[in-house]
Structures are given as structure tokens and as C-alpha cells.
Design a protein around this ligand. Structure first.
Ligand SMILES: [Zn+2]
Length: 199
């Protein structure tokens, strides 16, 4: 009997414990459900953040590839330009060498130009001497005084040898390089006679 009562007590205690345990279990389950949901949410957020980061990473990789391709294109263009530059440099060097080779010709050209100028001046002086000498010849038939005044300014040519004065510096066999020019008056006063071929 005593044993039974004890047993009954124990059963009651057991039931109370079971109820308490169930209650705590319920409480814990509720709690853990809430925690799980929170964790799940955080998980989801992390996953979506991770996905976004992955997308960004993929974009960056693509951009990097594009830039690499562009850089390769620019690199090859640069190489082409450098080759062109080298070709142009060679052409410039060639032209510089040609210019240097032309330098002596340039000097010859200026020497010839100077000679040409001096020959022109000589020509002009010969021509003016000719016109001066022509004037008295054409006006010889006119007044004698006028003719004589004209003759005073006129210039004539004397050959290296010979006793005549000439209107031109290459009359007959005379050497024009050795002929000298004097005024007609001084030629006459020195005893030279007028050449009948050119006057
Ligand atoms: Zn003569």
C-alpha cells in the first residue's frame, strides 16, 4: 500500500515533469524558430549580397578583358606608328644627305651668278660706249662744234698693239681681253688714229 502511494506520487511528479518539459520544449521551439527565421533572413541577405558581388566581379572581369583587347590594339597601332616614324626618319636623313651634297653646287651657283652679274655690267658699259660713239658718228654731218663736244665724252677701245682706236673691243684680230678703254680725246692726243673698219 505504502509502495503504491509512493508510486502514485512518483507518477504525479513524472507527469508534472513531462508537462514542464513539454512546455519548455514548446518555448524553446518557438524561440529557435524565431532565431532560425532571423538567421534565414540574414542568410538570404548574405546570399543576395554575394550574388551582387559575383555580378560586379563578372562585370569587372569583362571590362578588364575589353580593356586588355583595347590595349593590345593600341599596342599594335603604336608599333605601326613607330615603324612609320622610323621610315620617315630614314627619308629625312636621306634628304639631309642630298642637301649636304647640293651644298657645293649651291656655292658654284652663287659664283656663277656673281660672274653673270659682272658680265652683265661689262655688257652694259660696252653698250653705253657703243651708243656714245654712235652719236657723234650719226651727227657728223651736222654742226662741227656739236660733234666735237660729243666726241670729248666718247670712249674708244685701244688694242694691245696697233696705232688705231676702235669703236668696239673686238674689231678685226684684236683681243677683247687685252683691249683697254680710253676717251676718244685722249686716244687722239696720244697719236692714235681712227679705225676705218668700225667707225
Ligand atoms: Zn676698228
Amino acid at each position: 500500500m505504502k509502495h503504491y502511494i509512493r508510486n502514485k506520487n512518483l507518477t504525479q511528479k513524472l507527469i508534472a515533469a513531462i508537462i514542464l518539459y513539454s512546455f519548455m520544449l514548446l518555448l524553446l521551439t518557438g524561440c529557435s524558430n524565431e532565431k532560425t527565421e532571423k538567421l534565414q533572413k540574414e542568410m538570404d541577405q548574405i546570399v543576395s549580397e554575394h550574388e551582387e558581388l559575383q555580378k560586379n566581379y563578372d562585370n569587372l572581369v569583362e571590362e578588364y578583358r575589353d580593356l586588355s583587347a583595347e590595349q593590345e590594339i593600341l599596342q599594335s597601332e603604336l608599333q605601326v606608328k613607330q615603324e612609320e616614324n622610323q621610315t620617315l626618319q630614314t627619308a629625312i636623313d636621306d634628304l639631309n644627305a642630298q642637301i649636304a651634297a647640293l651644298q657645293p653646287l649651291q656655292e658654284q651657283c652663287s659664283t656663277l651668278t656673281a660672274e653673270n652679274e659682272s658680265l652683265k655690267a661689262q655688257m652694259a658699259s660696252i653698250q653705253s660706249a657703243q651708243t656714245q660713239n654712235n652719236t657723234p658718228a650719226s651727227s657728223n654731218s651736222g654742226a662741227q662744234t656739236a660733234s666735237q663736244t660729243d666726241n670729248q665724252g666718247a670712249m674708244v677701245w685701244l688694242s694691245e698693239t696697233g696705232s688705231k682706236y676702235h669703236r668696239i673691243n673686238n674689231c678685226g684680230r684684236m683681243n677683247p681681253n687685252k683691249a683697254r678703254q680710253v676717251s676718244q680725246v685722249s686716244a687722239e692726243s696720244s697719236g692714235y688714229g681712227r679705225c676705218s673698219k668700225c667707225f
